[in-house]
Write a protein that binds this ligand. Structure first.
Ligand code: FMN
Length: 184
């Protein structure tokens, strides 16, 4: 397959100077030849999930979110852990895409970048697997002590982390290409 692949990147932190957002920016720079990464900016505007609102005509923000997932070749999620779990804003957004199934068979890369992060990482993996994301081991990465590894200027300053992220990018493009080959 040729051409840059469309990636929707979601930061689980909506903080202005988020390390996870900086990590996404670093990945955007590192993968510019292969990926066209759009950073999702609507997370704070996603309403609280309520099945009563999940009708044929859902809220406009939800239509936009679902459309952006549907149109992407792959989804990159970078998230911190909050209070031993997945940030509520991120989990809330994903809950809106359960019944509509946009994540089903969608290639997903998950990076949990946090002080520790193990619990949120495992929890979110379970969620992503139950909604049928295409998420092999090679597109999953836990980066602990992230604030010592990613700079405010959106650079990965730790050599081992940089190698791990580059390997994840390679695996992500392979996952996307494999899916495209199978669907032809
Ligand atoms: C309310 C709150 C709870 C947190 N709980 C955890 C936690 O349980 N585990 C952890 O690894 N980090 C925890 N942290 C630290 C964040 O993971 C860390 O600050 C991270 O860099 C935030 O990501 P960001 O820079 O992208 O905003 C917590 C931070 C906040 C604000």
């Amino acid at each position: 397959m040729t051409g840059r692949k469309k990636i929707l990147a979601i930061s689980g932190s909506t903080r202005q100077n988020s390390t996870n957002l900086n990590l996404i920016k670093a990945i955007k720079h590192l993968s510019a030849d292969t990926f066209d990464i759009t950073i999702f900016e609507g997370l704070s505007g996603i309403p609280h999930f309520n099945p009563d609102l999940d009708t044929n005509i859902p809220p406009k923000n939800i239509i936009d979110f679902r459309t952006q997932i549907k149109e992407a070749d792959g989804i990159l999620i970078c998230t911190p852990e909050y209070a031993m779990g997945v940030p509520g804003t991120l989990k809330n957004a994903i809950d809106w895409a359960v019944s509509s199934a946009e994540f089903s068979h969608k290639p997903v890369a998950l990076i949990t970048a946090s002080s520790q992060g193990q619990k949120a990482h495992l929890s979110l993996l379970e969620t992503l697997k139950i909604i049928e994301c295409d998420i092999p081991d090679e597109t999953q990465l836990l980066i602990s002590f992230v604030k010592t590894k990613v700079t405010d200027a959106a650079k990965i300053s730790d050599a081992e982390t940089l190698e791990q992220v580059k390997k994840l990018i390679d695996s992500f493009i392979k996952t996307i290409n494999k899916k495209n080959e199978l669907s032809q």
